[in-house]
Design a protein around this ligand. Structure first.
Ligand code: 3SL
Length: 234
C-alpha cells in the first residue's frame, strides 16, 4: 500500500524524504486556492518564484506579476493574492508569475519530490482520485505561516487523508489532521473565524476570500509543476 504523511510546516521538511514521492502543496489561505481558481478559470500557467525581484523581472517576458507580502498586494504588481484576481477575464490565456509569503516558498522548498501537485478544498475530490490512481507515496506539505502551523492547511490535509483511507499512515500528523477535519467539517468557515490567518486577512471585505477558499470541489482540475511552471495535469 502507498503511504501518506503530513508535514505541518515547510520548516519541518528536513524530517521528510520527498524523493520518489508525490508532494501535495497546500496553502488554503490563499496561494494554492488562487492557483486552482486561476487554472480552473483559464489562466494558462503559473510560475511560482521566491522573491519579489524574480517576479518583477518576469514581466518583460510577458508574465503578469501576482502576489502578496503579509497579505497585501505588492506595489507595482497587477494582481494580489485573492482567488477573485485569478478568475477575471483579463487573465484568461495568460501566464502569471507569482510570489507569496508562504505558498510559493513551500513549493520551492519541496522541489526534491518526484511530483508536485497543488491542493485546495476547491479541487479536493479530483485531486484525491488522481492520487489514488497513481498509488504513489504522498506527503502533504502545509505552507503554514512563516514556519508556524496553520489550522486551515491542517484541515485540508485531514480532508485529503480522509479521502485516501487505503493509504498507510506514516505518523501521527496524519491522524491529527484527520481528527481535526472530522471535528470541523460541517462548518469550515465558522471554524476558521478564530484562526490567526483569518484575523490577518481582516482588512479584506467580510471574509469573502476565506468563504470562497473553503468551498469544496468547485473546480475539476489537478495542477502540477512541470518545468518550473504550474499547469493543469487534468
Ligand atoms: O503566504 C501565502 O502564500 C499567502 O497565501 C498568504 S495571504 O493569504 O495572501 O496573506
Amino acid at each position: 500500500m502507498p503511504k501518506i504523511d503530513v508535514c505541518f510546516s515547510p520548516n519541518l521538511l528536513d524530517l521528510y524524504d520527498l524523493q520518489g514521492k508525490t508532494a501535495v502543496i497546500v496553502d488554503i489561505l490563499r496561494a494554492t486556492s488562487c492557483m486552482v481558481a486561476g487554472l480552473g478559470s483559464g489562466v494558462s500557467s503559473i510560475l511560482p518564484v521566491a522573491t519579489l525581484e524574480e517576479c518583477k523581472a518576469l514581466e518583460i517576458k510577458g508574465y503578469i506579476c501576482a502576489g502578496e507580502r503579509n497579505g497585501h498586494r505588492v506595489e507595482g504588481f497587477a494582481l494580489g493574492n485573492s482567488p477573485f484576481d485569478y478568475m477575471s477575464e483579463a487573465v484568461k490565456g495568460k501566464r502569471i508569475a507569482m510570489t507569496t509569503t508562504n505558498g510559493t516558498q513551500a513549493l520551492v522548498m519541496s522541489s526534491s519530490a518526484s511530483q508536485l501537485l497543488i491542493g485546495a478544498f476547491l479541487n479536493l475530490s479530483v485531486l484525491a482520485t488522481y492520487i489514488k490512481q497513481q498509488a504513489n507515496d504522498v506527503v502533504i506539505v502545509c505552507a503554514g505561516w512563516k514556519g508556524k502551523f496553520c489550522v486551515e492547511d491542517a484541515l485540508f490535509a485531514g480532508a485529503l487523508a480522509a479521502q485516501l483511507p487505503t493509504f498507510d499512515i506514516e505518523d501521527d500528523s496524519t491522524l491529527a489532521a484527520r481528527s481535526l477535519y472530522e471535528s470541523a467539517q460541517t462548518n469550515l468557515y465558522e471554524y476558521l473565524l478564530e484562526s490567526a490567518h483569518y484575523k490577518r486577512l481582516s482588512h479584506l471585505e467580510s471574509g469573502k476570500d476565506v468563504r470562497f477558499c473553503v468551498e469544496i470541489d468547485k473546480f475539476e482540475l489537478v495542477p502540477i509543476l512541470v518545468g518550473g511552471e504550474i499547469i493543469r495535469a487534468i
